[in-house]
Design a protein around this ligand. Structure first.
Ligand code: TYD
Ligand code: MG
Length: 463
């Protein structure tokens, strides 16, 4: 009984073994087994048996209750004062909840969480910032910038630089903060598990035990998690079902705009986004994102404004394309902010059904500002940008006073398909003075959409 029972779980396929193996007997992958604690009480033959169930303690009374009679605490939420964050969380942080904030390194996770704690501390809440990544001195330097900028109170936040899970939990029990940040979940480790910090077993153990304490003490925990290149939260999404909310930071560290997206929310709607800008004194909410992006849009061949939906909100973003003769076979297809496969489809339909071939050209497509648009409604804008770039023609014509706005899905036969919220997209484009809007409602096929945008073949036969 020296050590608690552990099992070895494959991080690729979930296969479980009692002993460690170099190669997973389940899927054949190498070095994927990591040690984790055996699930408590579900040991041996007793698990799930009738005897076990009969022996299990019954709840007080054991009688079902009508929902109407169930007592539900309506504890007020903790408002961080960062409007976009509070909104994404569904109206502030729910006491005792567990929120996972994911994003690639350098995107602003520590900045956002430090700001949130600073503002909460400044408004009289008890907070705690646990860092396994940085020293208190490093954290202070960031806090100084934030204190001077958008989060007065940042220097009053108590910090604990610690990587040992037990020490962190003991501090949580002792201090009982109302809100705690753990930066990051991948740097803490339970001493009684052999796996290195950041392995599936460790990450799951850390999150589970933090949650246990958080629920008991009513502490809300913001767990920071690094994501891998392809966007998965490290530790194959093991945390996503465990936590109450998952917020994901997107964008690129070299750019100023970042979007924060709610991927999961037990207390609010999902698929909502907030747009932030990284400034000298921290992250600043961009409330007029559409106006910014339209204002910065160029009027050159290959540019179009996409009327996108980001969750429940319309957002205007500029899509740019560059088409240039290639020496490579196959030629380059480079995308930023849209899905590569979606570009492949758009190019195929452009060539086959609209007479715009790009087979021997490099094609680059970029959503300006580092915004990601993951929706089929982006197809038409991408197609128009590529067609304009390929033909060297300004969409809507050289003389049109405003950029052209577009949205719509492209079908495989060259037809345009309606997308959700077309009225709200149109309203947003009109609100920002975009006179010409091309959509499935105005053009039934891609060919006609190109003609409407003055990039169709007939208009520019001479080009
Ligand atoms: P950080 O929050 O440390 O990223 P993460 O925790 O996700 O790895 O911040 C990343 C970048 O933000 C860093 O390059 C410095 C920059 N930054 C600012 O531009 N202004 C600021 O006020 C702060 C605190 C950081
Ligand atoms: Mg960080």
């Amino acid at each position: 009984m020296a050590r608690p029972a552990t099992i070895h779980v494959c991080s690729a396929c979930g296969h479980v073994e009692a002993k460690w193996h170099g190669q997973c007997p389940g899927c054949g992958e190498w070095n994927t087994l990591t040690e984790e604690r055996a699930p408590a009480r579900v040991t041996g033959a007793a698990a799930g048996s009738r005897a076990a169930r009969a022996a299990a303690p019954r709840g007080p009374g054991g009688t079902p209750q009508r929902l109407r009679d169930v007592h539900a605490d309506r504890t007020p939420r903790l408002l961080t004062g960062i409007g976009e964050l509070d909104r994404l969380l569904g109206g502030g942080i729910v006491p005792g909840s567990l929120v996972l904030i994911g994003g690639s390194p350098g995107i602003g996770k520590s900045t956002l969480t430090t700001m949130a704690l600073g503002l909460l501390q400044g408004s009289g809440r008890r907070t705690l910032y646990v860092s396994g990544e940085e020293s208190p001195a490093q954290i202070r330097l960031r806090a100084e910038r934030l204190e001077a900028g958008s989060a007065p109170g940042a220097l009053d936040v108590p910090v604990l630089a610690e990587t040992d899970l037990d020490a962190v939990l003991a501090t949580l029990e002792a201090e009982q903060p109302e809100v705690c940040v753990i930066d990051s979940v991948q740097t803490l480790a339970a001493g009684d598990l052999s796996g290195a910090p950041g392995t599936v077993g460790q990450v799951r153990e850390v999150a589970t035990r933090v949650m246990e304490v958080a629920k008991r003490t009513g502490t809300a925990v913001l767990l920071v998690g690094h994501v891998t290149k392809d966007g998965a939260l490290a530790g194959p999404r093991v945390l996503e079902h465990l936590v109450d909310c998952v917020l994901q930071f997107e964008g690129e560290r070299e750019r100023t705009y970042r979007t924060l997206r709610a991927l999961k929310n037990r207390f609010g709607s999902t698929n909502d986004v907030g747009v932030f800008e990284m400034r000298d004194g921290g992250l600043v909410e961009v409330l007029d994102a559409s106006a910014r992006f339209v204002g910065e849009a160029t009027r050159a061949p290959g540019s179009v404004v996409l009327a996108a939906m980001e969750g429940s909100r319309p957002l205007l973003v500029e899509v740019q394309a560059l088409v240039s003769p290639s020496e490579l076979v196959p030629p380059r297809r480079v995308v930023n902010g849209i899905d590569r496969n979606r570009l492949a489809l758009v190019l195929a339909v452009l060539a086959r059904h609209a007479g715009v071939g790009t087979g021997t050209a490099d094609v680059f497509v970029n959503v300006v500002g580092g915004v990601r648009v993951d929706e089929p409604g982006a197809d038409l804008a991408v197609a128009l940008a590529v067609a304009g770039a390929a033909r060297g023609v300004v969409l809507g014509g050289e003389d049109s006073p405003t950029p052209v706005a577009a949205f719509g899905e492209i079908g495989l036969t060259g037809e345009l398909r309606s997308v959700a919220h077309h009225d709200r997209r149109r309203e947003e484009a009109e609100k920002f003075g975009l006179a010409q809007i091309i959509s499935p409602e105005s053009a039934p096929t891609l060919r006609e959409a190109l003609r409407a945008g003055a990039v169709g073949r007939r208009v520019h036969a001479a080009a």
